[in-house]
Design a protein around this ligand. Structure first.
Ligand SMILES: [Zn+2]
Length: 201
């Protein structure tokens, strides 16, 4: 069985799967699959963060899972290696050329590199409603597109997550102003972009 999709894990946590689908997910997790287990923990944190925002009690399925995780029903994730991506291009640092072109676009473009990947980011600023578009490119392969689980967390602990599509692309909408860490969970490592600023226009 292939790794569990973001959508599947989310439905699992929110108790929206059929009995059969649910037992398939359980079987995969106790496989054991550390990658999917790690992603499940991350998603649960995302859901908890959203739940806390709304000051509403978490769904019973999430509570049940939290208890099960504490009881060690699933294998604990191994030590995880995090790599910090390095900024290699930032359109905000190219002000003179943008000014001479008289460009009307305020979209900020950035390129980050890590050991094995290039990460392309576009930030479209708004008023407390920023947009982040990106693409993860695997520089080791000619095919280039890499499946990754992407999470965005601000310093107040608000967390959101998504998954790259078949072209390695992902998007977050309606981001409030602040400083964020963007983390990519790849098969064999975790890549972080820290201190990403989203400021009002
Ligand atoms: Zn898996």
């Amino acid at each position: 069985m292939a790794h569990l999709k973001y959508e599947t894990l989310l439905n699992y946590l929110e108790n929206r799967l059929s009995v059969e689908e649910r037992s398939e997910v359980d079987a995969h997790l106790v496989g054991p699959c550390q990658r999917c287990h790690r992603r499940l923990i991350l998603l649960r944190a995302v859901l908890d963060s959203v739940t806390n925002d709304r000051t509403v009690a978490p769904p019973t399925a999430v509570l049940k899972l939290a208890v099960e995780l504490r009881q060690g029903r699933y294998p604990q994730p191994k030590f995880w290696n995090r790599v910090i991506a390095v900024l290699s291009f930032d359109s905000h640092l190219q002000l003179s050329s943008a000014a001479t072109r008289g460009g009307t676009t305020r979209t900020r473009q950035m390129l980050f590199t890590a050991e094995q990947v290039d990460i392309d980011l576009k930030i479209k600023p708004g008023r407390e409603d920023h947009e982040l578009l990106g693409q993860v490119l695997d520089i080791r392969q000619s095919t280039g597109f890499l499946p990754a689980f992407v999470s965005l967390q601000n310093n107040e602990g608000q967390q959101r997550a998504t998954e790259t599509d078949s072209l390695g692309q992902f998007a977050f909408h309606g981001i409030t102003s602040g400083t964020y860490d963007l983390v990519f969970d790849l098969d064999d490592q975790e890549i972080a972009i820290t201190g990403l600023e989203f400021q009002d226009e």
